[in-house]
Design a protein. Structure first.
Length: 184
C-alpha cells in the first residue's frame, strides 16, 4: 500500500466518491488481513472470530454508516488498529458474558471452550491495562496498540507516529513493563 495512493483515495472518499471507497478497500484489504492475523495470533479468539471476519467487521466500523474522515494513511492505519482492538474486546466481553450466564441457561463446556474463555479474560485484562496506560502515557499506549493490534514493526510505528525509532523502542520497553505490572 503506497502512502500517496491511500491519501489520494481518502481525499476522494471525503469528496463523496463511492468508487474510491471500493478502491481503497481493495488496496488495504491484504494489509488489514495481515494486521488481523497479528491481532489474533496466539489467541483462541480465532476459534470464533476468523481473520476475515475481523477484517469485515473493521470495514463495517470504518466505512458503513457515516464512515470516517481520515487525514492520511497514517491516521487511517491508527483508526483501523483502534477498530480491531475494539472489536476483539467486544467479542471477548460477549464470550465472558456467556460464561457467566445463569446455570440453567448455560450449555456444557468442553475443555477447549473452557481454555478459550480463560484466555478471553486475558484480552479484557489487556484492554483494561491499556486504558490505564493511556491515562499515564498516551503515546506508549498508542505504540502498543499499533504493535499488537495493527502488527506494525518498530519502524512502521515510528513512521505512523512521526517519531524517531529509538523513541518508539523506549516507549515499547516502558509499555511492556508497565502492562505486565498492571495485568499482574
Amino acid at each position: 500500500m503506497t502512502k500517496h495512493t491511500v491519501t489520494l483515495l481518502l481525499r476522494q472518499i471525503e469528496d463523496g466518491d463511492g468508487e474510491a471507497e471500493d478502491q481503497l478497500f481493495e488496496l488495504v484489504y491484504a494489509d488489514l488481513h495481515r494486521e488481523a492475523g497479528h491481532a489474533t495470533a496466539g489467541r483462541p479468539l480465532t476459534d470464533s472470530l476468523q481473520k476475515t471476519d475481523l477484517v469485515h467487521e473493521v470495514y463495517a466500523k470504518l466505512f458503513v454508516g457515516e464512515g470516517g474522515k481520515w487525514e492520511n494513511r497514517r491516521h487511517f492505519l491508527g483508526v483501523a488498529a483502534k477498530a480491531m482492538r475494539s472489536i476483539l474486546v467486544d467479542h471477548a466481553r460477549a464470550k465472558l458474558s456467556t460464561k457467566r450466564a445463569p446455570p440453567g441457561e448455560r450449555a456444557a463446556l468442553d475443555s477447549i471452550v473452557t481454555k478459550f474463555e480463560d484466555r478471553v479474560i486475558d484480552v479484557l485484562d489487556l484492554d483494561q491495562a491499556l486504558c490505564t496506560l493511556a491515562e499515564e502515557d498516551a503515546r506508549a499506549a498508542r505504540v502498543v496498540e499499533l504493535r499488537l493490534f495493527a502488527g506494525l514493526s518498530m519502524s512502521d510505528v515510528a513512521g505512523v507516529l512521526q517519531l524517531p525509532k529509538r523513541t518508539i523502542e523506549r516507549d515499547w520497553t516502558f509499555a511492556r513493563i508497565r502492562l505486565h505490572r498492571l495485568i499482574q
